[in-house]
Design a protein around this ligand. Sequence first.
Ligand SMILES: *Cc1c(COP(=O)(O)O)cnc(C)c1O
Length: 401
Amino acid sequence: MVTAPRSPTGFLRQEYQELVAGSLDWKLHVLSGASRPSSVVDGRKVLMLCSNNYLGLSNHPRLVRAAIEAAETHGVGSGSVRPIAGNMDLHVRLEERLARFKGAEASLVYQSGFAANSGLLPQLVGEGDLVVSDELNHGSIIDGVRLSRAERAVYRHAAVDDLERVLTEAEKKSPSPRRILVVTDGVFSMDGDVAPLDRIARLAHDHGAMVYVDDAHGEGVLGKGGRGIVSHFGLSRDLVHVEMGTFSKAFGVVGGHVSGSADLVRFALNRSRTWLLSGSHPPPVAAACLAALDVLEEEPQHVERLWSLTRRFKEALGAAGFDLGASTTPITPVMVGESAVARRMSDRLFELGVFALPIVFPMVARDKARIRTIMNAALSDEELDRAIVAFTKAGRELGLV
Ligand SMILES: *Cc1c(COP(=O)(O)O)cnc(C)c1O
């Protein structure tokens, strides 16, 4: 008897089942309708406390109208990549508008933040170069760095003294790397703390290194009118060479971008494979992003409201006895400890009408599971109060406070 050959795809089910056994599989939730402060998730009306839609712009009437109008005038697809036939007036206007908003010489828009990091980082450094990265940097930075053939070194999270040690040691080992790049998240998405970019940038300057900051969670949040971390620290663009960001978070739409010198943008668009080889934004997306920049400049109340709700939420949960970690931003991790407890807490919050997901191992250390909350400027006072009551009730039931 001939034994049947082993199935070439048998690992698909086997590896999935291993994830399920370890409770490491993703259980997807379904939103019916728009992402709003009060959303319908899995058929239940809940307060949305884990969306990146910080300012509520994903449903702002000006963005929605801009998208509809652009679909009517420009269609729903661009038809090509930017370097061939997919470079529309809307894309060009968006980049000019973004550069003005950021106070940079030029900006370049990518299809996503992930495409920006994975497309640009491996072009900035290559064989014979050195890249130095915060240990908690986002996965898209890690992938971008892996695509380069540069030597990699990691420094302890937000530790400028450790960055200095790493830079000094690396220089001793290979006395003259061609280029050095220091890369960091601006706001760290799991903890809500802000990178000490002012000190990082000065240290990098002393070592002749480029500085690349991924400000996905700082834009629309930090700095003058939500201009982001470079504005927050008042840093010169001579010290921060690449300010990367995304339209998918506070801006409420989708799309990545980098801002810096005209040299940077010309280099980036000629070299980033994600930019050159992948279709450009549909016109409604580019138009909605343009409208988001208008709203940020003309309606400062959204950023102000985000911060006033954030302060109230942190004060109330802190007074209730919760450990809120090291956050200084609208990302508030409610520290729980064990992964299983974090899952129970999230389930209980959902029953109490609050949608906030647990962040567990391996995304964070085993004993650092948490409910990661993100404030939303569109919440009413009454909705915020309800969320605080639900957290306090669930926390007491689980013996956390
Ligand atoms: C979300 C995020 C990205 C990816 O941005 P997208 O535009 O959603 O692809 C990159 N970096 C950080 C730090 C992020 O939080």
